[in-house]
Each structure stands twice: as C-alpha cells, then as structure tokens.
Ligand binder design. Structure first.
Ligand SMILES: [Zn+2]
Ligand SMILES: [Zn+2]
Length: 365
C-alpha cells in the first residue's frame, strides 16, 4: 500500500501459492472464472482506501461452486455465481429495511478483512491473509460466505458477466435505484471509468432524453458517444460547467459523479439544474471535505445523494441487469478494454492508474 508507480516495476501485487481452508458453515468454495480490475482495488494500492495487510485483492467476479460447507446449502456444485462486494446478513436494521448495501455486520467484516462468518480462510505458511470485501477473486479459487454470492445463469461468457458484480451494480444502480431516473430527464455523467460508463448505459436504458458525458481525458469521448452519450465535455476546460448548462438549456435534472475527486463532485453540483438531483458513487479519499452553499439546497430545492452498491438488492438486481443486457439494453461488453492472465495483474493496475483503460478482465483457465 502506498508504493510508488510505475506498478509494472514496483509490483505491489505478488502472485503466490496460498493455503485456502475448507469452507465452514454457510461458506462456499468457488472456482473463479473471470475477475474485473476495478478502481477500488487500485484505491487499496494507492492508499485511498486503506486496508489491513497483507490482503488478497479483487472484488468483482463470477465463478462456479466447487464445494459447499457443512450443513445444507441452496447452491449446488457447478452453479454459476456472481460475487457481491458487500455481504448482507439479512437481519440488521438496514437489511430489515431492504437496504442490504448498508448491512452493518457486512461493513464490519469487510473492514476487518474477514468473511461474514468472521472467519479468515486464506494463509501462507500459517500467516493469515485478509480477504478483500469478502471476495479476494484475483485467485484461482476463493472461499466466500453464501451471502456474498448471487446465483446466475451460465448462458453468457464469464468475461462479460464479471462486470455485473461491481461496475454495473454500482453504476446502473446509482442512476436507476438511488436517483430513480425518470424517462425524459437530462443526465450528466462525470468520470467515465467502468462504473461511470455503466451509469451511462443505465441512463440510456432508463430513457434519458439527453446524456452529457464528462471526463478529464478527451480520449474517452469516442467510446462514450458509441455507448449513447449525446455530448462530451472535457472536465479540464475552465468553462466546463457553462458548456454543460448551455448544452442542457438550464442544467441537467440528474448529475452523477464517479471520479472520486472534489472538483468533479463540485462540477456535478454546478451542472445540476434547480430542483435537480446530484448523486455521487465515487470513493474519494476519506480526508476530503465538500463545501456547498447550504442555502442553495433550500432555495433551489437541490438534492445531494450518496449511492453505495447502487442502492441495489444484488439478488434482485444482478439477474435483472443481466436480463437487460440480453435484450441489448446494456451492452456492457463494449466497456471491456483488455483481457489478461493473472500474472499480468500489475500491468493491469498500472494501466488503470494511467487512466487509459475502462474494464480489464482477468480470465482464468
Ligand atoms: Zn469495484
Ligand atoms: Zn445486515
């Protein structure tokens, strides 16, 4: 954590043989089929999201059930599963209110580097290795809690299915669940990584009248337009906010921010029209503070909302989003910029840090 770039040289991740303990009660041994490299993995490496070390990274994947722990399980051997990076206990206050993304024990165990059961199943010569968000999928096999897994059909390529666990859940969910897009609204999407582009696809599927894509990297324009953006604005332009207001008449109904830096969130608030909603699903550094003219929240009836795991119920929304993909409404495969082998993981992390990639998928044999 905090090691200098380039990661191709400093190699923050090491590919090693580790011991995986047998799955306990309510735990499942999963063979990983494909895993996405997400910005939240990079955030652990660059120190924005500090975790206890050593940790086995990776939190967006699909796999196949190899073995279930003691007792009976509804999951059978061979079942394709999508992994969810916040396990939900089903019993706490937030789970009871139908908001599993906010599960309290889920957060506690993710912070501890343990599974929802409290167990840590990875070790090397007796030294315990922390789990990452209950998943640790940059590996051939993982032991996960049942409540970190959602069964899905096996009729699509795992490479494509991998992105539903984090990018699609977070991006589409922010637009469709958290901000509840209404058909005909004008939308701005700020930060065009895997999550931002998923949000763009979600806005299109949800019937946005206009989608303005915004990023500091002009190389993102072509793909954004291909995926359905009507306009592109360079976030680095000093008059970026003015450009968006001009393009959208008086600002957008819904501005969604996925860049994780304060100027991007401020821009999102600025381009939101009076009465509109600003939603953020990025993870800025915990020390970052936001300054907003509080009176505008009142006199302009502005709504500022945070979105975690896209306010999703994963067991409902992952199959739903996959179904929309099959109907051609969420062409997520076009976000996949690279496929690679696990041994190339540091190259993938460096590429992500450079900002010139969208979704890279590690494929397992
Ligand atoms: Zn992620
Ligand atoms: Zn819970």
């Amino acid at each position: 954590m905090g090691i200098k770039r380039p990661y191709t040289v400093t190699k923050p991740l090491e590919v090693v043989e580790a011991d995986l303990a047998e799955p306990g009660s309510d735990e499942i041994l999963v063979k990983i089929l494909a895993a996405g490299v997400c910005h939240s993995d990079l955030s652990v490496i660059n120190g924005d999201r500090p975790r206890s070390l050593p940790v086995a990274l990776g939190h967006e994947a699909v796999g196949e059930v190899v073995k279930t722990g003691q007792g009976s399980s509804d999951l059978k051997v061979g079942q394709r599963v999508s992994m969810v990076f916040v396990p939900s206990c089903g019993h706490c206050g937030c789970c009871a209110e139908g908001r599993p993304a906010l599960c309290e024990p889920g957060l506690e165990h993710n912070t501890n580097g343990s599974l929802l059961s409290g167990a840590k199943r990875i070790s090397i010569n007796g030294e315990i290795i922390n789990h990452h968000l209950g998943i640790s999928c940059f590996s051939d096999y993982a032991v996960c809690h049942r409540r970190s897994l959602v069964p899905i059909e096996d009729d699509l390529s795992p490479t494509v299915q991998a992105v539903f666990g984090c990018a699609v859940l977070t991006g589409c969910g922010a637009i469709l669940n958290t901000a509840k897009l209404h058909a005909g609204e004008r939308v701005a999407i700020i930060g065009l990584g895997g999550v931002g582009l998923s949000a763009l696809l979600g806005a299109r599927a949800g019937g946005a009248r206009q989608i303005i894509a915004i990023d500091a990297n002009p190389a993102k324009e072509a793909l954004a337009r291909e995926l359905g953006a009507d306009n592109f604005v360079n976030a680095g332009d000093p008059d970026a906010a003015e450009q968006v207001k001009m393009l959208s008449a008086e600002g957008v109904h819904l501005a969604a921010e996925f860049a994780g830096v304060m100027p991007a969130l401020e821009l999102a608030i600025e381009v939101t029209r009076r009465g509109g909603r600003t939603v953020t699903a990025a993870l800025p550094n915990p020390s970052d503070r936001l300054s907003v003219a509080a009176a505008r929240l009142v006199t302009e009836e502005r709504t500022l909302m945070g979105s975690y795991v896209g306010s999703c119920v994963p067991s409902r929304d992952i199959p739903n989003f996959i179904a929309l993909h099959k109907k051609g409404l969420l062409p997520v495969e076009r976000m996949i910029s690279h496929t690679l082998e696990l041994t190339e993981i540091n190259t993938a992390v460096e590429r992500l840090a450079e900002g010139n990639t969208v979704r890279q998928i590690v494929c397992f044999g």
